[in-house]
Design a protein around this ligand. Structure first.
Ligand SMILES: C[S@@+](CC[C@H](N)C(=O)[O-])C[C@H]1O[C@@H](n2cnc3c(N)ncnc32)[C@H](O)[C@@H]1O
Length: 205
């Protein structure tokens, strides 16, 4: 899905995103914190309405959330109030930060929407401090009855919205990342349809 289409789509659904989020994904946020220790600064790329960014704010002193949809960002800003979270417009492929300034970087449910995931991952690694942690996840349709019955339809919807990035390709791009299957994070409905693959990369010089 090309970027303008992505932006239009998320701008349009931004009003309902939190509701969809609660119904489908709610489970993932606190569990995702398992991968981090208490640290100083975090960046949540493709932060959407900020669900992960607000969770990160429980562990980190300062959190930045960046997204390409102003609609999604506006919802996040409305929720921010007194929280130490700074939301900004931008694309994951060009991060407006200097090298090595974050202890943690996250990119949740978004990397397969990026037209150039290689460039985005290079940027994520660039802004990470030495020993900083990058967490990226990807949902993949599970083999099973549903895939057999709805496979073609789901694939064509997927092609409309996402690039052809899969977990093998992402693992290669990330290089040296650990790969976990974490269905518990996405809740019973989604986990009956998809595998949730979480990649954890620690930067070493
Ligand atoms: C499924 S939502 C996930 C939002 C959030 N990470 C969450 O977990 O709720 C995907 C988000 O990726 C953002 N996005 C897509 N392509 C992007 C890009 N190239 N740069 C930054 N954000 C992007 C969309 O605007 C949208 O808010």
């Amino acid at each position: 899905m090309i970027t303008e289409k992505v932006v239009r789509y998320y701008d349009r659904i931004s009003k309902y995103y939190d509701l969809i989020d609660i119904l489908l994904f709610k489970f993932r946020y606190t569990e995702m914190l398992d991968y981090f220790e208490f640290c100083d600064t975090a960046l949540d790329i493709a932060c959407g309405t900020g669900s992960m960014s607000f969770e990160l704010a429980k562990r980190f002193e300062k959190v930045y959330g960046l997204d390409i949809s102003r609609g999604m960002l506006n919802r996040a800003i409305l929720k921010a109030e007194d929280e130490e979270v700074y939301f900004m417009y931008g694309t994951g492929e060009y991060l407006p930060f200097r090298d090595e300034c974050f202890d943690a970087v996250t990119c949740i449910l978004a990397i397969d929407l990026f037209p150039n995931p290689e460039k985005a991952i290079t940027e994520m690694k660039r802004v990470l401090k030495h020993r900083g942690i990058l967490v990226v996840n990807l949902l993949e349709l599970r083999d099973g009855v549903l895939k057999k019955v709805l496979g073609k339809t789901l694939q064509s919807i997927r092609r409309e919205f996402f690039t052809d990035l899969d977990s093998e390709k992402l693992l290669k791009i990330l290089s040296n990342a650990k790969r976990y299957e974490r269905r518990d994070i996405i809740g019973p409905f989604l986990s009956s349809l998809c595998n949730n693959i979480v990649f954890v990369y620690r930067k070493r010089l």
